[in-house]
Structure formats: C-alpha cells, structure tokens
Design a protein around this ligand. Structure first.
Ligand SMILES: [Zn+2]
Length: 241
C-alpha cells in the first residue's frame, strides 16, 4: 500500500494564523506528523496581506514538537527567471539566481532554525523552483530536496530527494506527498481534509521514518517522464494566459 505524507506550505511571520491553528489542531487530533515549510524572512506581498503574527516564532517552535519543519527558501519573493529543474516556472526565488545569492539565502534561512534550536533536514523550494546550483548548495548543508517525481525517497549522486507528486487530496494514487496551503483553505477544504484524514489514516506515514534508496533506472525514468509531462502542462498553460 502506498504511503502518504502531509506537507503544509508557507508558515512564517505573515500567515493566516487562524487557518494554521486549525490545520495543526486537525493533524494533532489524528496524531499525524506533517512537514511544515517555514519561510524564514517572508517578504511576499501576497502573504504579507494576511497580517503579521507577532509571536510567530513561538508557534513555529511549539509546532516543531509534533511536526517536522522545513526550510522554505528565504523570503518567498520570486525575482529570478531561471528554468526550474522540476516542472516549468518562469519566476523563482532561486532558479537563475547567482550562486553567492543562493548560498546567502540558505545560510541566513538556516539561522532562524539555529536560533530556535530546531533541527531542519528538508529544503522546500518556493514555487517548486530550483536549479542545479540550488541542489549543490542545499545538499552541501546536508539538506534533503523535498521535490521531484521519484516513486520513492532516493539518493542520486549524494543528493537525497523526498518526492512530491500531484500535491492534492484527489490525485494521490501514487502515494507520497500531499501538499496543502493552510493560508488559503476554506471551511469546505478543512471539511474535505478531515474526511480525507479519516479515510486514509492508515496510509499516512511519518517522514522521519523514511529510508532513502540509491536511485535505480525505474526511479529516474518515472521522474523524467512525469517531469516532462508537467513541464509541457505548465508551458501550455503559460502560453494560454
Ligand atoms: Zn511557498
């Protein structure tokens, strides 16, 4: 049976606080360890519109007791336009940025977790957008890249990848990560989420127990094919709008 892992994106100094409290309470009710992607220094205008959460670091620290925290870039501002290694995006915080800029973002981002005394092992690229330079830097800090279409957690040339496939409650037949954005969840979304948790509780795994396998041909092939499909999908969407 395929395993599922829950990832929640975009926690930080600016967030829809009530929704986050609700999402975490729901996961805690079912005793589920999710991965929370934290933006260390959020400057994303859209997220800032939710308003500042004064004691956000206290919440992050508290959530780290039952959940795993991940480094979600540095400021969540998409100011570069390099092509991402996965999917197909024109805007990025990382892809296309010079090496020293990327390195600085990672270093400064990790300081937040050091300050809070929290161990962080995963890197979640904002907008699923990162390039080879990003991979080189984050892996040099011992971080696992949380993205890609591999059918299982893999290691390739010394870099560990934890896959993220379709990122929704409906498309999870292949297992692995379900990525939700609590900031934008509606009452209906929360209802569906709870229903989903009840239905799938036995399939939901703990990311801390995952084993990383040396990637085989099948892993690389599945990633390659799904990545191409997504690149075409995003490319077509971009020319339509
Ligand atoms: Zn994000």
């Amino acid at each position: 049976m395929t395993r599922l892992f829950i990832r929640l994106d975009d926690a930080g100094a600016y967030m829809n606080h009530d929704n986050w409290i609700r999402a975490i309470a729901l996961l805690d009710k079912y005793n589920i360890c999710s991965t929370i992607a934290v933006i260390p220094n959020c400057q994303d205008a859209k997220l800032m519109s939710y308003g500042a959460v004064e004691n956000w670091k206290d919440f992050i620290k508290e959530w780290s007791n039952n959940h795993v925290l991940a480094l979600h870039g540095y400021n969540h501002v998409y100011e570069y336009d390099g092509l991402s290694n996965v999917r197909h995006k024109h805007k990025s915080e990382f892809a296309g940025a010079p090496q020293h800029v990327q390195e600085n973002k990672i270093k400064r981002g990790l300081l937040l977790f050091q300050e809070l005394g929290i161990d962080v092992q995963h890197f979640v690229a904002p907008g699923h957008s990162f390039d080879d330079t990003t991979v080189k830097i984050v892996s040099s800090f011992g971080l696992i890249v949380y993205d890609g279409f591999y059918p299982r957690a893999v290691k390739i040339n010394g870099v560990s990848y934890f896959p993220l496939h379709f990122a929704s409650l409906k498309n999870n037949l292949f297992g692995y990560s379900i990525c939700l954005h609590p900031n934008t969840m509606t009452d209906e979304d929360f209802k569906n989420f709870e229903f989903f948790l009840e239905e799938n509780i036995n399939r939901i795994g703990d990311i801390r127990d995952v084993e990383y396998y040396k990637a085989g041909i099948l892993d690389v092939l599945v990633h390659f094919l799904l990545n191409i499909i997504f690149k075409i999908k995003y490319f077509v969407r971009d020319i339509n709008f």
